[in-house]
Each structure stands twice: as C-alpha cells, then as structure tokens.
Design a protein around this ligand. Structure first.
Ligand code: PRP
Ligand code: ZN
Ligand code: MG
Length: 225
C-alpha cells in the first residue's frame, strides 16, 4: 500500500492518452511541472504526485495500491482484470468516471488482398494481439478455434512478417490498418479512457481531495457537451 501522504495518480507517459490526461489534470486545476522527463511530477498547488508510466502498467499499480488513482483505457483495464482473475493478485478497482476521450475499438483485421471473410475463416488461423485475454474470451464465445500470438507492439506488421494470419488490435482513426493494407472486421470491444481508484483507499485526506476534484471533473465534462 502507498503510505505516501500525497495522492498518487498514474497516467500514460507517452501515447494516445497522454495529452488528454495532461489537459484534464490542468482543467482540474492541478498545476504540474511536466517539463523534465521524470517519472514523478509533483503538483505545486495540491498534495498530488503524478506518475508517468506505460499504460499497460496502470491498472496493476492502482489494484496493488501503489497509486491511488489512474487514468487508463477500458481496453487495458479489462485485459489486466482478466489476466489477474487467473492468478491470486487483486483485480478489483473502483471506476470513478468514464472520460470523454481515448475512444477506440478493439477489432479484428486481416490482409486486404484476402477480401471479405466471415468468422469461420478464423478457424485454424493465428491471430496476433496485445490483448490475449479479451481475444481468447471472444474466440470462446464465438466458437472459433484460432491460436493467439501475443505481441506487445507492432501488431499491425505481424501478417506481413509471417507471424500471424490476422490481428486483433486497437483502431482509432483507422490510419494504421490502412497504412498496413489491413481490412477491418468485427469489433470485439469499444473503449474510452476511464478514471479508476484503488478499492481499499481509506486515507481521509486523500478521499477528501478526490471529493473536491470529482465535481470539477463533472464540470469539465459538461462544459464540453
Ligand atoms: C493503437 C494501435 C495502433 C494505433 C491505431 O496503439 O496499436 O497502433 O493505436 O490507431 P489509428 O487507427 O488511429 O491508426 P496505441 O496508440 O494505443 O499505443 P500502444 O499500442 O503503444 O499501447
Ligand atoms: Zn500500450
Ligand atoms: Mg500501437
């Protein structure tokens, strides 16, 4: 558990969510000095520390109480929860809010030259993904007998590199699929960024600070509508 007196918030260091997370913190009135390429940034006007880490590490940091809050994509949250359900690690978190940025979908895709395919085509095929748990659950649900190839990055080049027949990856604008000659199929999961809190957080000062920030968060969301 974090015995630090300052509220610790984990955000993505670099990637799709980073800019929006930094903007959100700014709109919440958290003054940060993010100039240095540091792991931790201390807020100057509130007892808040921001940890900048890989998005995939955020759910675990919050579940284990290393950080009190985290901003992460529902896709990453769901994958880590499924992964941890199979082990003895804690997987519960409190979802405080669904945020209005970071929308993407986890979808199947395959080489364009193969043309349109139905679900049955995936039988006996290899599918590369960074989300093996979510994909396996989908395959089971749909009764598809395919094998899952886990890749932590560059999933979109897997078919061309001969590592897999198809992929299951995040699609936002679709530019990555297009640039790699891939055709988009079924959506397995739709996702937004969300704000999560450690379930066992009991520090009164930290909870009071969160209570102060939540109405501001709702205000920011309303202002955008
Ligand atoms: C996702 C995905 C693609 C890209 C798709 O990566 O893996 O690379 O976004 O977006 P597009 O449809 O707009 O081209 P992400 O930025 O989430 O980062 P990560 O793979 O490093 O976690
Ligand atoms: Zn990632
Ligand atoms: Mg990527």
């Amino acid at each position: 558990m974090s015995n630090n007196k300052r509220l610790r918030i984990a955000i993505q260091k670099s990637g799709r969510l980073s800019k929006d997370c930094q903007n959100l913190l700014k709109q919440l009135g958290v003054k940060l000095n993010l100039r240095e390429q540091r792991l931790i940034a201390h807020a100057t006007n509130m007892p808040i520390d921001v940890l900048r880490v890989r998005d995939d590490d955020i759910p675990g940091l919050v579940m284990d109480g290393v950080c009190d809050l985290g901003i992460v994509g529902e896709n990453v949250l769901e994958e880590v929860q499924a992964e941890r359900r199979n082990s003895s690690a804690s997987f519960a978190v409190k979802k405080l809010a669904k945020l209005d940025f970071g929308y993407c979908r986890l979808a199947l895709a395959w080489p364009q030259e193969l043309g349109a395919q139905d679900k049955q085509w995936f039988n006996g095929k290899r599918i590369a993904t960074t989300y093996p748990e979510i994909l396996s659950q989908y395959l089971e649900r749909e009764n598809i007998d395919a094998s899952v190839v886990m890749l932590t990055g560059s999933v979109e080049v897997a078919p061309r590199a001969g590592l897999a027949d198809a992929i299951c990856d995040l699609v936002s604008t679709g530019a990555t699929l297009e640039a790699n000659g891939l055709m988009q199929g079924d959506t397995i999961l739709e996702s937004n960024a969300c704000l999560i809190q450690n379930q066992e957080l009991a520090d009164d000062d930290k909870l009071a600070l969160i209570d102060k920030l939540m109405p501001r968060l709702r205000g920011v969301k309303q202002a955008k509508e």
